[in-house]
Design a protein around this ligand. Structure first.
Ligand SMILES: [Zn+2]
Length: 278
């Protein structure tokens, strides 16, 4: 049985956009392994950012949720009601290339299929990891920040690698290119973080979100992945060569745990980050 997806459009939504979304969703769901797909998921298309924000605020209030969800820029996913829900906002994607919108839908569906349970949103900090972190200047709060960013990068790596393997890599490339178009905010954050060894590593963990999936695409010999890596070097040219190399080394180290379970990947990545000298 393939996953049942309910697509909920907003009132008065144009039929053309709806049928495009239906096609894009079908393209990925028909390739998913039925044994690992949830029985039901829902995709809601919101008219504008205001409507989406109101929904989020209300849900957070009703369910007593304080912290945010993993929020990708163009679409989001959560499982607060015990089944995966994906949200896309029409206003937010206006003017964005079709391949990017298709990519972001595939991407969020990938998260819904693979990361729909609590295991992917909680992490057990072992005594050994906490000790190693403390030794390198990270208290538990800072270590949690690192692990949060690392978990996002690892989940993106898993989703993008899977989509690439089933032949949907081109849209993920478009999505990654889109994300690399503007790194100004990251550059600003880096300007502040680079003066502290600990903050620097937290920023590095956040930057992994793009380079780790690119390195994974190269590993499985995806076409044009090397080109994507050059684009990355260009987009992050405000990092020194040494810092870029540090990120590449860390990505390689994380990928060595490709066959492990999520929690092991995450723990290994945390050691790698803490111990890496950028
Ligand atoms: Zn993601």
């Amino acid at each position: 049985m393939t996953a049942q997806i309910e697509i909920v459009p907003y009132d008065g939504m144009n039929k053309g956009f709806l049928s495009q979304i239906q096609t894009w969703v079908k393209n990925v769901l028909e390739k998913a392994d039925p044994s690992s797909t949830p029985p039901y998921l829902r995709l809601t298309i919101w008219k504008n950012i205001k409507a989406l924000q109101e929904f989020y605020d209300q849900e957070k209030e009703d369910l007593g949720i304080v912290t945010g969800e993993e929020s990708d820029f163009l679409a989001t996913h959560e499982a607060w009601r015990d089944y995966p829900r994906i949200h896309i906002c029409h206003e937010r994607v206006k003017g964005v290339q079709d391949a990017v919108i298709e990519g972001v839908l595939h991407h969020e569906i990938g998260h819904a299929l693979f990361h729909g349970s609590m295991e992917f949103y909680t992490f057990k900090f072992t005594g050994r990891l906490k000790e190693a972190a403390r030794f390198n200047g990270f208290d538990l709060h800072l270590l949690q920040k690192c692990v949060y960013f690392l978990s996002i990068a690892i989940k993106d790596w898993e989703v993008i690698q899977w989509l690439t393997k089933i032949g949907l890599g081109p849209c993920q490339k478009s999505l990654l290119e889109y994300m690399m178009k503007d790194t100004e905010e990251e550059q600003e954050a880096w300007g502040v973080a680079k003066h502290s060894p600990v903050m620097k590593k937290i920023a590095m963990a956040a930057f992994l979100k793009i380079i780790l999936p690119i390195e994974a695409m190269i590993l499985i010999r995806s076409e044009d992945a090397l080109k994507l890596k050059n684009q990355w070097k260009e987009a992050y040219s405000w990092l020194s060569v040494m810092e870029q190399d540090g990120l590449l080394r860390l990505s390689q180290r994380i990928m060595e745990f490709g066959e492990s379970r999520f929690q092991e990947k995450l723990e290994n990545a945390a050691y790698g980050l803490i111990e890496e000298s950028f």
